[in-house]
Design a protein around this ligand. Structure first.
Ligand code: APR
Length: 240
């Protein structure tokens, strides 16, 4: 059987706004996480060196919050689009690049998901590099299940660190026909620069509760809550 390339390749970049209606906080909205926590304390390698307990508690708290929420209609619509590619009812390919450290895309059923800022459900051993699953609390003295050293840290990309999976992301951006951002303020690089990377070869769309600060950055914008706008956009793609 010969396989032809998909007629359409889509890269979707998601940010905290897609998980907001599930009950998780964003970062930079008025009530966001960075209004109550100091980035330098909880989201930098230096902060972790200074006070590993404070940082561990911050991420343990977020892990506990995540355990109490569910994917919403926006996560589910993206999973439905990927499923349509799998069952052949849509001749396309979808890659979700997420800045989110939650696992709501996966829990909605998406499989093609790249976590460029790491994952809350994993920790990383600074001695052996293992990335074991962590469902509950993880403290600085917790031994690594692989090497037994008490050198686990959250498997999160902190400010000043290099995002994960950039080679795969860059290749997908270079090959995509459509690029869609959902629920991101577009303030943190390199993700904020993706739209400039694809503008010469892809249609670009921004879906956000608020209109973008620079409206001309995207070919098109859909302004409204992700749970309403993403299913609408997916229905458009699937022609239903
Ligand atoms: N539907 C759609 N968009 C929404 C919704 C919603 N229901 N609620 C909020 N938003 C939008 C906001 O308007 C804002 O533009 O989501 C965006 C959230 O922006 P940020 O809080 O800056 O989150 P994000 O863009 O994901 O942050 C990027 O910053 O601190 C780091 O590592 C962290 O990955 C994160 C990165």
């Amino acid at each position: 059987m010969t396989q032809h390339p998909p007629a359409e390749r889509i890269v979707v970049l998601t940010g905290a706004g897609i998980s907001k209606e599930s009950g998780l906080e964003t970062f930079r909205d008025a009530d966001g996480l960075w209004s109550r926590h100091n980035i330098d304390d909880v989201c930098t390698p230096e902060g972790f060196l200074r006070d590993p307990m404070l940082v561990s508690r911050f991420y343990n708290g977020r892990r506990a919050e995540l355990a109490g929420v569910e994917p919403n209609a926006a996560h589910r619509a993206l999973a439905e689009l990927e499923q349509a590619a799998r069952d052949g009812s849509w001749d396309g390919e979808l890659l979700i690049v997420t800045q989110n450290i939650d696992d709501l895309h996966e829990r909605a059923g998406s499989r093609n998901v790249v976590h460029m800022h790491g994952e809350l459900r994993r920790v990383r051993c600074m001695s052996c590099g293992a990335t074991p699953e962590c469902q509950g609390d993880c403290l600085p003295q917790t031994p690594c299940p692989a090497c037994r050293h008490p050198t686990l840290r959250p498997d999160i990309v902190w400010f000043g660190e290099i995002p994960m999976h950039m080679a795969r992301i860059d290749a997908a951006l270079a090959a995509c026909d459509r690029f869609v951002t959902i629920g991101t303020s577009g303030t943190v690089y390199p993700a904020a620069g993706f739209v400039a990377q694809v503008r010469d070869h892809a249609d670009t769309l921004d879906i956000n509760l608020e209109a973008p600060a620079i409206p001309t950055l995207f070919d098109r914008t859909l302004v409204g809550p992700a749970t309403r706008m993403v299913p609408r956009w997916v229905a458009e793609i699937l022609g239903s």
